[in-house]
Design a protein. Structure first.
Length: 277
């Protein structure tokens, strides 16, 4: 595992993990007998701790924040982490929606950009994956970077994986729950995010939010990912770019029972392989 940077290293990313519940009780959490989905154990370790451990092992990450509606629940899980890693984590009460939670956490953390945002239901996250994303984001020269994975890579590894796909002219892509806010101006994207976050599983409605011309181009199969991001940049008033992650694990989060079963099997297989070497 890579040694983390000290917290005062210039240019480090502050990381924020979104761990709050989306409106009421989560069915997966209820089935597992825990209060939050992020507290479900996967291969013996809660998803939240897996994500935090991955971030703590990154060269590019310093301070780590957790946004959750029940801070005490997160603190209890974090107490199981090694002391040096746990000392880098700050826990904040989340707001009503993810976008509002990011805005609130930015104020609470009071750290200058860059800010890395991810989610607590991403247990396949690794330090190597995060370091790759942040390195490419830092070199992009734009305001906001989003992680995307192509369908060809994801489905080659996990042919039964069910993701929300955005279909562009050259390829289908899915989000990786990795966002890099690189400039102070990138924060204005949160206003737009707040307007569309309830549509996150409806690609056509997301595209339509960028205008009818974009929707027509998307429906006609003419819109490329790069073209979509240029349109988004114009609409948002900040420059947005994607980092394309070919690693299939980058696209696998836990929303459904089959997702949970998939990541459990992946992590168990990974653990068995490590024990044999």
């Amino acid at each position: 595992m890579n040694a983390p940077l000290s917290l005062d290293t210039p240019g480090k990313f502050t990381a924020l993990v979104l761990a709050g519940r989306r409106g009421g009780e989560d069915a997966l959490a209820r089935a597992a007998g825990v209060s939050h989905k992020c507290l479900i154990p996967v291969a013996g370790v809660t998803m939240l701790v897996r994500v935090l451990t991955a971030l703590a092992g990154c060269r590019a990450v310093g301070l780590i924040g957790v946004s959750i509606d029940d801070p005490e629940a997160a603190k209890a899980a974090i107490a199981a982490m090694p002391e040096d890693a746990a000392a880098r984590v700050r826990v904040f009460a989340s707001a009503e929606t993810p976008s509002l939670s990011v805005a609130a956490a930015i104020d609470e953390l009071d750290q200058p950009p860059p800010l890395l945002v991810t989610t607590a239901d991403h247990p396949l996250l690794t330090p190597e994956l995060v370091d790759l994303f942040t390195a490419e984001a830092a070199l992009s020269g734009v305001d906001l970077v989003v992680g995307m994975a192509p369908a060809t890579s994801v489905l080659a590894a996990y042919p039964n994986a069910r993701r929300t796909w955005l279909r562009f002219r050259e390829e289908r892509y899915t989000g990786c729950n990795l966002f890099a806010f690189l400039t102070p101006e990138s924060r204005q994207v949160l206003d737009f995010w707040r307007r569309i976050e309830s549509e996150r599983k409806r690609p056509l409605r997301i595209v339509r939010a960028f205008g009818l011309v974009s929707l027509a181009a998307y429906l006609g199969g003419r819109l490329t990912l790069a073209g979509a991001l240029r349109r988004a940049s114009h609409r948002l008033g900040v420059e947005v770019r994607a980092v394309i992650l070919q690693q299939p694990d980058a696209a696998v989060d836990v929303d459904k029972e089959e997702d949970l079963a998939l990541v459990e099997q992946i992590l168990v297989d990974r653990q068995v392989k490590q024990e044999r070497t």
